[in-house]
Design a protein around this ligand. Structure first.
Ligand code: SAH
Length: 213
Protein backbone atom coordinates (compact mmCIF):
# COMPACT_ATOMS: atom_id res chain seq x y z
CA UNK A 1 0.00 0.00 0.00
CA UNK A 2 1.00 3.63 -0.61
CA UNK A 3 3.46 4.74 2.14
CA UNK A 4 1.48 7.89 2.91
CA UNK A 5 -1.71 5.89 3.40
CA UNK A 6 0.18 3.67 5.88
CA UNK A 7 1.42 6.80 7.63
CA UNK A 8 -2.12 8.23 7.67
CA UNK A 9 -3.43 5.07 9.35
CA UNK A 10 -0.79 5.40 12.10
CA UNK A 11 -1.57 9.07 12.61
CA UNK A 12 -5.33 8.48 12.59
CA UNK A 13 -5.01 5.70 15.18
CA UNK A 14 -3.10 8.04 17.49
CA UNK A 15 -5.59 10.91 16.99
CA UNK A 16 -8.46 8.48 17.51
CA UNK A 17 -7.19 7.64 21.00
CA UNK A 18 -7.48 11.32 21.89
CA UNK A 19 -10.69 12.22 20.09
CA UNK A 20 -12.65 9.02 19.48
CA UNK A 21 -13.24 9.91 15.83
CA UNK A 22 -14.62 6.54 14.78
CA UNK A 23 -14.58 2.85 15.63
CA UNK A 24 -11.06 1.83 14.59
CA UNK A 25 -11.23 -1.95 15.04
CA UNK A 26 -8.06 -3.71 13.92
CA UNK A 27 -5.89 -2.41 11.11
CA UNK A 28 -7.42 -4.75 8.54
CA UNK A 29 -10.95 -3.59 9.44
CA UNK A 30 -9.87 0.03 9.31
CA UNK A 31 -8.34 -0.41 5.85
CA UNK A 32 -11.49 -2.01 4.52
CA UNK A 33 -14.16 0.10 6.26
CA UNK A 34 -12.46 3.45 6.01
CA UNK A 35 -9.55 3.53 3.56
CA UNK A 36 -11.16 1.47 0.79
CA UNK A 37 -14.52 3.10 1.42
CA UNK A 38 -12.94 6.56 1.13
CA UNK A 39 -11.24 5.60 -2.13
CA UNK A 40 -14.50 4.39 -3.66
CA UNK A 41 -15.34 7.94 -4.78
CA UNK A 42 -11.98 8.36 -6.61
CA UNK A 43 -13.58 7.34 -9.88
CA UNK A 44 -15.70 10.52 -9.87
CA UNK A 45 -12.80 12.89 -9.28
CA UNK A 46 -10.93 12.46 -12.56
CA UNK A 47 -11.84 15.90 -13.94
CA UNK A 48 -12.14 17.79 -10.64
CA UNK A 49 -9.73 20.59 -9.74
CA UNK A 50 -11.38 21.63 -6.48
CA UNK A 51 -13.03 19.18 -4.11
CA UNK A 52 -14.77 19.78 -0.76
CA UNK A 53 -15.18 17.11 1.92
CA UNK A 54 -18.07 18.47 4.01
CA UNK A 55 -18.22 17.15 7.59
CA UNK A 56 -14.79 15.55 7.27
CA UNK A 57 -14.59 14.58 10.98
CA UNK A 58 -11.14 13.02 11.35
CA UNK A 59 -10.38 13.46 7.63
CA UNK A 60 -12.52 10.75 6.06
CA UNK A 61 -12.71 10.52 3.12
CA UNK A 62 -10.88 13.85 2.46
CA UNK A 63 -7.35 13.06 3.63
CA UNK A 64 -7.32 9.64 1.97
CA UNK A 65 -8.50 11.14 -1.34
CA UNK A 66 -6.00 14.01 -1.05
CA UNK A 67 -3.16 11.50 -0.69
CA UNK A 68 -4.30 9.60 -3.77
CA UNK A 69 -4.99 12.76 -5.87
CA UNK A 70 -1.99 15.01 -5.20
CA UNK A 71 -2.81 17.34 -8.10
CA UNK A 72 -6.35 18.07 -6.91
CA UNK A 73 -7.04 20.86 -4.40
CA UNK A 74 -8.97 19.58 -1.35
CA UNK A 75 -10.87 21.61 1.24
CA UNK A 76 -11.82 19.69 4.40
CA UNK A 77 -14.56 21.30 6.47
CA UNK A 78 -16.04 20.54 9.88
CA UNK A 79 -17.90 22.47 12.57
CA UNK A 80 -15.98 20.93 15.48
CA UNK A 81 -12.77 22.78 16.34
CA UNK A 82 -10.96 19.82 17.93
CA UNK A 83 -11.51 17.70 14.84
CA UNK A 84 -10.22 20.48 12.57
CA UNK A 85 -7.08 20.83 14.69
CA UNK A 86 -6.54 17.09 14.48
CA UNK A 87 -6.96 17.09 10.67
CA UNK A 88 -4.55 20.08 10.42
CA UNK A 89 -1.98 18.14 12.45
CA UNK A 90 -2.25 15.08 10.21
CA UNK A 91 -2.06 17.25 7.07
CA UNK A 92 1.22 18.77 8.33
CA UNK A 93 2.71 15.42 9.34
CA UNK A 94 1.83 13.98 5.94
CA UNK A 95 3.29 17.08 4.21
CA UNK A 96 0.21 17.41 2.04
CA UNK A 97 0.31 20.68 0.12
CA UNK A 98 -3.06 20.15 -1.58
CA UNK A 99 -5.20 20.31 1.61
CA UNK A 100 -6.88 23.26 3.30
CA UNK A 101 -8.90 22.85 6.52
CA UNK A 102 -11.82 25.16 7.29
CA UNK A 103 -13.63 25.09 10.62
CA UNK A 104 -17.24 26.25 10.69
CA UNK A 105 -20.84 25.40 9.99
CA UNK A 106 -21.99 24.69 6.47
CA UNK A 107 -25.11 26.86 7.00
CA UNK A 108 -22.84 29.92 7.29
CA UNK A 109 -19.87 29.01 5.12
CA UNK A 110 -22.02 28.02 2.11
CA UNK A 111 -23.03 31.69 1.81
CA UNK A 112 -19.39 32.90 1.67
CA UNK A 113 -17.68 30.12 -0.28
CA UNK A 114 -20.44 29.97 -2.85
CA UNK A 115 -20.55 27.53 -5.80
CA UNK A 116 -16.75 27.14 -5.88
CA UNK A 117 -16.24 23.37 -5.97
CA UNK A 118 -16.29 20.95 -8.89
CA UNK A 119 -17.16 18.10 -6.52
CA UNK A 120 -18.54 18.11 -2.96
CA UNK A 121 -18.37 14.85 -1.01
CA UNK A 122 -20.17 13.99 2.24
CA UNK A 123 -19.79 10.80 4.24
CA UNK A 124 -21.97 10.19 7.31
CA UNK A 125 -22.88 13.88 7.46
CA UNK A 126 -26.68 13.79 7.86
CA UNK A 127 -29.91 12.26 6.49
CA UNK A 128 -30.14 12.97 2.75
CA UNK A 129 -32.58 15.94 2.71
CA UNK A 130 -30.41 17.77 5.29
CA UNK A 131 -27.19 16.78 3.54
CA UNK A 132 -28.44 18.14 0.21
CA UNK A 133 -29.30 21.52 1.73
CA UNK A 134 -25.98 21.78 3.62
CA UNK A 135 -23.93 20.87 0.56
CA UNK A 136 -25.57 22.33 -2.54
CA UNK A 137 -24.42 25.94 -1.95
CA UNK A 138 -20.78 24.85 -2.30
CA UNK A 139 -21.22 23.01 -5.62
CA UNK A 140 -20.57 25.00 -8.81
CA UNK A 141 -23.20 24.93 -11.53
CA UNK A 142 -22.51 21.77 -13.53
CA UNK A 143 -20.60 20.25 -10.59
CA UNK A 144 -21.25 17.05 -8.65
CA UNK A 145 -22.40 16.19 -5.15
CA UNK A 146 -21.49 12.72 -3.91
CA UNK A 147 -23.23 11.25 -0.85
CA UNK A 148 -22.01 8.07 0.84
CA UNK A 149 -25.06 6.08 1.92
CA UNK A 150 -26.04 2.65 3.25
CA UNK A 151 -28.75 0.09 2.45
CA UNK A 152 -31.67 2.45 3.15
CA UNK A 153 -30.76 4.80 0.37
CA UNK A 154 -34.04 4.26 -1.53
CA UNK A 155 -36.11 5.53 1.39
CA UNK A 156 -33.76 8.47 1.83
CA UNK A 157 -34.14 9.25 -1.84
CA UNK A 158 -37.94 9.12 -1.62
CA UNK A 159 -37.88 11.56 1.30
CA UNK A 160 -35.54 13.89 -0.62
CA UNK A 161 -37.63 14.65 -3.70
CA UNK A 162 -38.55 18.13 -2.53
CA UNK A 163 -35.02 18.90 -1.30
CA UNK A 164 -33.56 17.82 -4.67
CA UNK A 165 -35.94 20.14 -6.49
CA UNK A 166 -35.21 23.11 -4.21
CA UNK A 167 -31.43 22.46 -4.30
CA UNK A 168 -31.36 22.17 -8.13
CA UNK A 169 -29.86 18.70 -7.89
CA UNK A 170 -30.59 15.87 -10.30
CA UNK A 171 -29.73 12.27 -9.49
CA UNK A 172 -27.10 11.27 -12.01
CA UNK A 173 -26.08 7.84 -10.80
CA UNK A 174 -26.28 5.33 -7.96
CA UNK A 175 -22.99 3.49 -7.70
CA UNK A 176 -23.42 0.29 -5.67
CA UNK A 177 -20.54 -1.48 -3.98
CA UNK A 178 -19.53 -3.73 -1.09
CA UNK A 179 -16.39 -3.76 1.04
CA UNK A 180 -14.29 -6.89 1.66
CA UNK A 181 -15.67 -9.20 4.37
CA UNK A 182 -18.74 -7.04 4.76
CA UNK A 183 -22.25 -7.79 3.54
CA UNK A 184 -23.55 -4.23 3.90
CA UNK A 185 -24.82 -2.79 0.63
CA UNK A 186 -23.31 0.63 0.18
CA UNK A 187 -23.89 3.28 -2.42
CA UNK A 188 -22.49 6.52 -3.66
CA UNK A 189 -25.32 8.76 -4.79
CA UNK A 190 -24.07 11.14 -7.43
CA UNK A 191 -26.06 14.33 -8.04
CA UNK A 192 -25.57 16.91 -10.75
CA UNK A 193 -26.22 20.57 -9.97
CA UNK A 194 -28.01 22.02 -12.95
CA UNK A 195 -28.73 25.60 -11.83
CA UNK A 196 -27.42 28.25 -9.46
CA UNK A 197 -28.90 27.91 -5.97
CA UNK A 198 -31.36 30.48 -4.60
CA UNK A 199 -29.49 32.72 -2.11
CA UNK A 200 -32.00 31.88 0.66
CA UNK A 201 -30.36 28.42 0.94
CA UNK A 202 -28.98 26.93 3.09
CA UNK A 203 -31.26 28.20 5.84
CA UNK A 204 -29.78 29.42 9.13
CA UNK A 205 -27.91 27.26 11.67
CA UNK A 206 -29.68 24.06 12.60
CA UNK A 207 -32.77 24.50 10.41
CA UNK A 208 -31.72 22.08 7.63
CA UNK A 209 -31.55 19.38 10.33
CA UNK A 210 -34.46 20.48 12.52
CA UNK A 211 -36.88 21.14 9.67
CA UNK A 212 -35.66 19.22 6.61
CA UNK A 213 -37.16 20.34 3.30
N1 SAH B 1 -16.95 12.18 7.33
C1 SAH B 1 -16.46 11.63 8.57
C2 SAH B 1 -17.20 12.15 9.81
C3 SAH B 1 -18.67 11.85 9.88
S1 SAH B 1 -19.43 12.44 11.36
C4 SAH B 1 -16.50 10.11 8.50
O1 SAH B 1 -17.05 9.57 7.54
O2 SAH B 1 -15.97 9.46 9.42
C5 SAH B 1 -20.21 13.93 10.74
C6 SAH B 1 -19.33 15.16 10.86
O3 SAH B 1 -20.02 16.25 10.25
C7 SAH B 1 -19.04 15.55 12.30
O4 SAH B 1 -17.64 15.66 12.49
C8 SAH B 1 -19.73 16.91 12.46
O5 SAH B 1 -19.01 17.81 13.26
C9 SAH B 1 -19.84 17.41 11.02
N2 SAH B 1 -21.01 18.29 10.80
C10 SAH B 1 -22.31 18.00 11.10
N3 SAH B 1 -23.11 19.04 10.77
C11 SAH B 1 -22.30 19.99 10.23
C12 SAH B 1 -22.55 21.30 9.70
N4 SAH B 1 -23.78 21.80 9.68
N5 SAH B 1 -21.50 22.02 9.22
C13 SAH B 1 -20.25 21.49 9.27
N6 SAH B 1 -19.94 20.25 9.76
C14 SAH B 1 -20.96 19.52 10.24
Amino acid sequence: MNKKIEQFIDLFEAENHKLNLCKFGDRKDFISRHIMDSLESSQFLAKAKKVLDLGTGGGLPGLVLAISHPKTEFTLMDSIGKKCVSVERMTKELKLTNVKVICGRAEELAHDIREKFDVVIARALAPLPTLLELASGFVRRGGLLIAYKGPNYQEELTSSKHAMLEMNLLLDKIHQYKLPDDEVRRVLMVFNKNKTLDSKYPRQNGLPKKRPL
